[in-house]
Design a protein around this ligand. Structure first.
Ligand code: FAD
Length: 453
């Protein structure tokens, strides 16, 4: 136990409270400084994207924190993608080879509240409406502004961890140091949150246990189920050009666009135009930077260190995996912060860079390829290969979502598997005609030499 060590976390979003909980259980005195008011007392939007998909990495971290069991009432398992064509035909594509391979829809606000409740119940102090306005990286002193009184406050601690998201104030401080590497890459696409209300009896008006996608080439709509019978939808569109947010400036334009491109969804969205014009357009960015720490005094974790675009549904799963790795290192080395922070970055950076690239790649798959019959055949071949060679051939989506193999391994093996699938599917019309001896040869020569760990 390390009761004399005080740790300050900036940000009570999703990663902050989970990490705080793990640190408190190891005997550290933890306080979190959060710029927003307490969402349990003040009605407010939980921020970006009202729903999240939780999968194996996130679930593992929540289980370690003793939280997953109690979240069963607030998650909805999604067994696969339900694609909606322009003529409203439905195609279901399971995520995995067996029914246990599901992803879980959860409200961001409910998740955040559960995490904060759990952290506080184990002794974490959360100070709301305290915005971090800077940090002295030589002394570790944190500078906060009390948003209610406007007063400045300083906090001293043994280590500071910036869990303050993609616009991190702690990262901005580190950015002032020489030789800090930083890149941010925005997509030309934005997103807007919309809602499909529940039916009159409070039930879901679309298949409940699926992630719905209306893929339309260079844009798409998705919908995730909520426990109250509603669906949280996200519309992804280019900022400018044809079929863009820039071209949807009137109620009539929005209605016509939805009616012609997403007719079955349009019929279920009575408040479409009100929602559309009330909700902001969000931007999506990939942020890579290094180093993530300054000696033993400050560390970046979660989106503050590595924001990614949302198309693999991995942002928070990856952030929660950060928490798992950091806590494991603390268990191994104790509060040797410099060593722990350095080994943490060494272990994670290569993997967070990999999931950042995979997430951008998956955008093309979701908006464009999922509707293509060739792609659907490829997915069937993937599942057939996995069924026959479960130890060797694990689809890329499964490696990322249902396993905890390093993301960098998923990227590397995924590239090899993609090349194999292209070769095997080149002139294939039906999965039944797959050339199994060629498949066995490819697995033996290309995949077996790569470790799945
Ligand atoms: C449209 C969209 C959909 C997504 N869907 C998924 C998904 O399905 N699955 C998934 O795993 N991930 C998803 N993500 C990613 C996920 O939302 C993020 O990875 C996750 O929220 C990061 O958690 P965090 O705690 O690092 O940062 P955040 O959740 O952003 O929390 C940061 C906290 O820090 C506070 N803060 C910021 N600045 C300061 C300051 N100066 N002082 C004090 N406090 C501060 C903020 O108020 C906030 O509470 C999605 C993201 C988007 C945009």
């Amino acid at each position: 136990m390390h009761s004399s060590q005080r740790i300050s976390l900036v940000g009570a979003g999703l990663n902050g409270p989970l990490l705080a909980l793990g640190l408190t259980e190891r005997g550290y005195k933890v306080s979190i400084h959060e710029r927003r008011p307490d969402m349990r007392r003040v009605r407010m939007s939980a921020g970006r994207s009202i729903n999240l998909a939780l999968s194996t990495r996130g679930i593992h971290a929540l289980t370690q924190g003793g939280l997953w069991e109690q979240m069963q009432d607030i998650v909805i398992p999604m067994k696969g993608r339900m694609m909606h064509s322009v003529s409203s035909e439905l195609t279901f594509q399971p995520y995995g080879k067996d029914p246990s391979e599901v992803i879980n829809s959860i409200s961001r606000a409910e998740l955040n509240i559960s995490l904060m409740n759990a952290a506080e119940s184990r002794g974490v102090k959360i100070r709301f409406q305290h915005r971090c306005v800077g940090m002295d990286l030589r002394t570790g002193e944190l500078r906060l502004q009390d948003e209610t009184s406007g007063k400045n406050v300083t906090v001293e601690s043994d280590a500071v961890i910036g869990c303050d998201g993609s616009a991190s104030a702690i990262r901005n401080e580190i950015l002032k140091l020489p030789r800090f590497n930083f890149s941010q890459q925005y997509l030309d696409y934005g997103y807007k949150e919309l809602t499909i209300p529940a039916g009159d009896d409070g039930s879901h008006v679309l298949e409940k246990n699926a992630l719905h996608i209306w893929p339309r080439g260079n844009y798409m709509l998705i919908a995730l189920p909520n426990i109250d019978g509603t669906f949280a939808c996200i519309l992804f569109l280019p900022f400018e050009g044809e079929n863009s947010f820039g071209s949807l400036t009137t109620q009539v334009a929005v209605q016509q666009f939805f009616q012609s491109r997403f007719p079955d969804a349009f019929a279920l969205m009575p408040n479409l135009t009100d929602n559309f014009f009330a909700n902001p357009i969000g931007a999506m960015v990939t942020i890579k930077c290094s180093p993530w720490h300054v000696d033993e005094r400050a560390l970046l974790l979660g989106d503050a260190a590595h924001a990614i675009v949302p198309f693999f549904g991995q942002g928070i799963n990856c952030g929660f995996e950060d928490c798992t790795v950091l806590l494991d290192l603390l268990d191994r080395h104790g509060p040797d912060w410099k060593r722990v922070f350095s080994e943490f970055e060494q272990a994670r950076k290569v993997n967070t860079d990999a999931i950042a690239d995979l997430a951008v790649e998956n955008f093309v798959e979701m908006r464009d390829k999922v509707a293509d019959p060739k792609f659907l055949l490829r997915k069937k071949v993937e599942l057939a290969l996995e069924a026959k060679y479960p130890q060797q051939f694990v689809p890329k989506y499964a490696m990322v979502t249902f396993h905890r193999v390093p993301y960098s391994t998923a990227l590397r093996r995924g590239q090899v598997q993609d090349a194999m699938l292209s070769e095997l599917c080149e002139s294939l019309e039906r999965v039944e005609d797959l050339d199994w001896s060629h498949a066995a040869h490819l697995i033996r020569t290309k995949l077996a030499p790569l470790e799945l760990s």
